[in-house]
Design a protein. Structure first.
Length: 177
């Protein structure tokens, strides 16, 4: 029976569990996604989401509180500098757990935990890349445009020839002077 069982102890002592979750949280912040077991991913989600909520407001107190959990200056800097601005509008739900199958050695249920705003495939708010359609058939408007250019080209050549004859006449007048 699981009366009053608040969280998974992961078969570890309290100090070992806190070190494990701290290291996994630092890796998640640095790499934006990590592969682990489903049980550890669920425990990590409970551990890291309050940290991400604190990071949304950049104050000295919040930086020190987050550092107490993570114990890594690089992770704290990355969190407040790049992750916090991206999650500023989101009200919770910063992580996503995707089950990836079973581990070969011991058949443990594996999962990938990632930060939601850093996945380009699943992010609906991301700007879509515009792709151009390419076809082997020539389009009708292009042929009309080419025909119009061909009609304009002889007219331009005639005006150029008039300019050159006029210049030639001026240069011959200058020679006679």
């Amino acid at each position: 029976m699981r009366h009053g069982k608040k969280f998974n102890h992961l078969s570890r002592t309290a100090s070992h569990r806190s070190a494990l979750l701290s290291n996994m949280a630092c890796s998640l912040i640095e790499h934006k996604r990590i592969n682990t077991t489903v049980a550890k991913a669920k425990a990590l989600r409970v551990y890291v989401e309050p940290i991400l909520t604190k990071a949304k407001e950049d104050t000295t107190h919040n930086r020190r509180t987050v550092f107490a959990y993570l114990q890594s200056k690089e992770a704290v800097t990355e969190l407040f500098r790049t992750i916090a601005p991206k999650i500023a509008e989101r009200n919770g739900g910063y992580t996503r757990i995707i089950k990836t199958g079973f581990r070969q050695g011991d058949a443990a249920d594996m999962a990938m935990i990632e930060l939601v705003d850093f996945n380009e495939l699943y992010n609906p708010n991301a700007e879509e890349k515009k792709t151009t359609r390419r076809s082997r058939r020539s389009a009708a408007p292009k042929t009309e445009a080419v025909a119009a250019e061909v009609k304009e080209a002889p007219a331009k050549e005639e005006s150029k020839s008039e300019e050159t004859t006029g210049e030639a006449a001026q240069s011959s007048d200058n020679k006679t002077d």
